[in-house]
Design a protein around this ligand. Sequence first.
Ligand code: AQP
Length: 339
Amino acid sequence: MSAPRPPRPRVLSGIRPTGDSFQLGNYVGAVRHWAAMQDESDCFFFLADLHALTDTPEPERLRTRTREAVAELLALGVDADRSTVFAQSHLPQHVELSWILSCLTGFGEASRMTQFQDKTASGASSSVGLFYYPVLQAADILMYQADAVPIGEDQRQHLELTRDLAQRFNGRYGQTFTLPAPYAGRQGERIKDLQDPTRKMSKSIGGAGTVWVLDDPRTITKKIKSAVTDTGREVRAADDKPGVTNLLTIASVATGASIPDLEQTYVGRGYGDLKGDVAAAVVELFAPVRERYDALLADPGHLDAVLADGAGRAGEVAERTMTAVRERVGLLAPRRTPR
Ligand code: AQP
């Protein structure tokens, strides 16, 4: 008889339903890892629509985009049978827990979050919501007792805050939250903007430097062939070649070849060959995704059912956590007179 399998680690991750589609960087840095970890981990993936509100999107657009984002996740390989897929706003417990955690967060501690500083420095409105973002993120993670969180380098500081808050809560009120670790299997590739390879590709920047997962083949090809490259002719990954390094990273993800192997392939060849091959590889990567996306989007009832099922599954865990939290912090259990 085979030994019982140990419980799978719980993994939690979210993505904001902003922009018109996910961009290549979201796929490389996040969603492809989500799709790959579903067997070995008990995954909770959510559309961070409350976090998207910090950009004050047009209301109808946020609603449609949230449903589209579910279709895109499924088209990219997230499996709603194996993973719990839900919309953050469908679980009001996230906001409730974030308030409780905010009462344990120092003002100075929150002020040190560099993402808030960077975003406001680059012109984002410095709303209280943007300032509060990392506390809501801590609630997202701690709610599900996540063992691991696949995060990019830019989110490391927020995960540290999450761990500090969990320890502070546990120390004051008794063991309640699992301490989440950065997800070990996650590789930290960062895809850069094709027009300015010194900054990351981003939904909110968009334009010719951003490849959308849902771009048609001609647009993908045009954007990649127009990518800014570096001085010299040699195809090699190096700090002084951010444009070429970015293209090699994209080629490596799209084809599965290692960067040193790719560098070998391009000995004696130029940037034009590299761009043509990268474009073809990305077109091939996303063509079936677009087809699946179109089919999924044609059935909004199914997408809503995925979210409803996810909210049910996530809600069970969230309510378990919140029952303990409310009791520990001293909130009187609610009783309602039936009317
Ligand atoms: N360029 C990138 N390279 C690698 N990973 C990336 N991610 C984002 N851009 C890159 C990863 O995608 C996940 C989800 O991101 P998000 O939508 O929640 O917010 P973000 O990180 O701010 O992504 P964007 O595309 O730049 O969105 P906007 O413009 O709306 O803020 C995260 O795991 C992130 O690391």
